[in-house]
Design a protein around this ligand. Structure first.
Ligand SMILES: C[S@@+](CC[C@H](N)C(=O)[O-])C[C@H]1O[C@@H](n2cnc3c(N)ncnc32)[C@H](O)[C@@H]1O
Length: 208
């Protein structure tokens, strides 16, 4: 199985678990969509009656390629847009207009989580809902964080993973709950899963 197949399987299971009906006529946003054949495709398949899926990503490459490669069939309902979810001015036109937000495998990459939660909150219309699937902090993250403090090991993180600041990226469940509640969300449901099937890091030479 390719990495996209594994993550899409996880996304599909997640989407099936949402008590959202068929979202007929509703405006959906996919935050941190990656390429069109990732979470956006899963959303379009799961909710074919949604009016449109606005798929945003901060990566120009993801958006440009998706606009070219994913425009027919179910993708006619997708609108790909380059935007950073921590920057409200990129998304102002949808302020208070989105019925449902889905974000899969993206929030753990964002250091300014509080800002991202706030922007998404402002995009939702009254009564709107967000479904967020992201990696939390595990025991191995504690080990990585300790290694990053050690000059003997810290340089390897830049080479292997492409980052040096581990601490800021992974919030634990309690911190995420607090951030969401502080922003104003009513938390309807929290589930903690185990994605031990996905052993390789999502960045670095293992996936190249
Ligand atoms: C691992 S991919 C996930 C793609 C897809 N959602 C999926 O589930 O397969 C994470 C994506 O989040 C995007 N991303 C990271 N930070 C972002 C931000 N601040 N605003 C928008 N997109 C962001 C990245 O560019 C990347 O394409």
């Amino acid at each position: 199985m390719t990495e996209v197949e594994i993550t899409n399987r996880e996304t599909r299971t997640f989407l099936r678990s949402l008590p959202w009906g068929d979202l007929s006529g509703e405006l959906v946003m996919d935050v941190g969509c990656g390429y069109g054949n990732m979470s956006t495709q899963c959303i379009l398949e799961r909710f074919p009656r949604a009016s449109r899926v606005i798929a945003i990503d901060q990566s120009s490459e993801c958006i440009q390629r998706s606009k070219v490669e994913f425009r027919n069939g179910i993708f006619k309902k997708a609108q790909f847009k380059k935007a950073n979810v921590t920057v409200m001015r990129h998304l102002r036109r949808w302020e208070g207009k989105i019925s449902k937000i889905v974000s899969a495998h993206c929030l753990s990459e964002i250091e300014k989580k509080e800002r991202a939660f706030k922007v998404m909150y402002e995009l939702l219309k009254p009564g709107g809902q967000a479904a967020l699937l992201f990696t939390g902090r595990s025991q191995s993250d504690d080990v990585y964080a300790a290694m990053l403090q050690n000059p003997k090991w810290s340089p390897y993180f830049t080479v292997l993973f492409g980052y040096r600041d581990h601490e800021a990226k992974f919030t634990n469940l309690q911190e995420s709950r607090q951030l969401l509640a502080y922003t104003g969300y009513n938390i309807a449901n929290v589930r903690v899963g185990d994605n031990s099937e996905k052993q390789a890091p999502t960045h670095g030479p293992y996936n190249q």
